[in-house]
Write a protein that binds this ligand. Sequence first.
Ligand SMILES: Cc1cc2nc3c(=O)[nH]c(=O)nc-3n(C[C@H](O)[C@H](O)[C@H](O)COP(=O)(O)OP(=O)(O)OC[C@H]3O[C@@H](n4cnc5c(N)ncnc54)[C@H](O)[C@@H]3O)c2cc1C
Ligand code: SF4
Length: 445
Amino acid sequence: MKKPINPEQIRNFETMRKTLSLQDAIKEANRCLLCYDAPCNKGCPAGTDPARFIRQIRFYNFKGAARTIRNNNAMGSVCSFLCPVEKLCEKECSVLALEDPININGLQRFAWEYGKNNGIEKQQTGKQNQGNVAIIGAGPAGMSCAAELAKMDYKVTIFEKEEESGGVAKWNIPDFRITKEAIDYDLSNLKDLGVEIIYNKKIESQNEIPEMLSNGFKSVFLASGISEAYELKLFKGHSNATNYSAFLREIKTKRNEIYLNGKNVVIIGGGSVAIDSATSAAALGAKKVYLISLEHLNELPADKEEIKIARLMNIVFKAGSQITDVISTDNEITGLKGIEIDWIEPGKFNPENVRQIDGTEFSLNVDLLIQAIGTRSGRELEKTIPGIHTKGHGIIVINEDMETNIEGVFAGGDISSTGATVVQAVGDGKKAAISIDNFIKKGGK
Ligand SMILES: Cc1cc2nc3c(=O)[nH]c(=O)nc-3n(C[C@H](O)[C@H](O)[C@H](O)COP(=O)(O)OP(=O)(O)OC[C@H]3O[C@@H](n4cnc5c(N)ncnc54)[C@H](O)[C@@H]3O)c2cc1C
Ligand code: SF4
């Protein structure tokens, strides 16, 4: 059972879904079939152990459930808001064969809030006598790896370029989807474990990481994510064209200074970040928000729930469409021309495979244009470790043990994939911690 989404809360940038009440949580946990082989556990990349915390809630052990989540997943609170569960744990739920799956992230959110409000004992700081490890980036991958290593008695230092932790959840994901409280709670657990975080420290100088390894750090974990949003040549040089990353960050940090009342906003893209941008623009009072994508409605990469939210906020989907021309005055876009498309070869979603459909031309008035067409690595880490292997657009190559080609240097999260999920980054961080421990125990560098 999912609580309904309230558009009014989205407009106020308050969390869009209320936490389950105690009664609803027990009722929901009672729907669990208590499967012997717990398929839901296999669907969780971070090993949060939903089967266990659902059972604990069912038997009224709410603090136990909160402990299970915190101990298994350093971003357990954040995940309870953000996990695309229909592709993960809930996809594996046995109840799905009969009716709606168990609301696993709803129960996870109930349990962490219960633990926060009713107090569970803090985790102990480790002995810190196994050696020093450096982590680059205090996002989900870095925080997760740090927590695991601290529990194994390593002294962990995270270097973070921003003034706060949380990565994308902190700086880009809209407040109606994630609360500051959840990010802060996960961070406070990390601090209890004795992890040091050095803020406002961007790792970017030539050879900085090899120098760390020769100056007391036994290993380095790269968890710097990917942050550079792609932009199309077509829109370059226009003052009212931006990208999703800049737009969403502005909303997170100075929402009160953005005025979209009465404006037409166009988003280019059809994925999750495009929907976040569109929903945020609508919440800020835009008159009309259009989402233009090459993909047709049934091909959009965004999750079903995200599309549902966008519909609730009256976003106009111009799916299966291509922009053909920009109309501008004094470097400002005032309008767009477009046309509907079909694919020449089905299933190949790229501009080279497009066939324009005659007679479907359209035009739109535009006040603000936001591009949400993908992200790449900022590539600054390549300078810090000359010779590190990368692929694609600055994605760091790792083996199955999360190790790069440079001895002692490991990587995980978005920097070693192409942008995935918080829970995947947490899983990577946990896996890397085990590999780093093995590496150091075998003698390290
Ligand atoms: C708009 C948006 C919405 C999303 N929605 C969801 C969602 O609903 N559910 C979900 O699961 N996932 C979502 N994701 C994806 C998810 O946020 C990422 O997969 C996840 O944050 C990756 O974690 P990470 O630790 O690898 O990287 P990041 O979260 O990017 O963290 C990297 C950290 O490293 C720091 N850093 C970078 N470079 C340096 C440097 N040179 N020196 C020091 N520090 C550095 C950064 O400041 C940051 O704190 C979304 C992503 C975006 C952009
Ligand atoms: S962390 Fe995410 S994927 Fe794992 S059990 Fe919780 S909601 Fe499901």
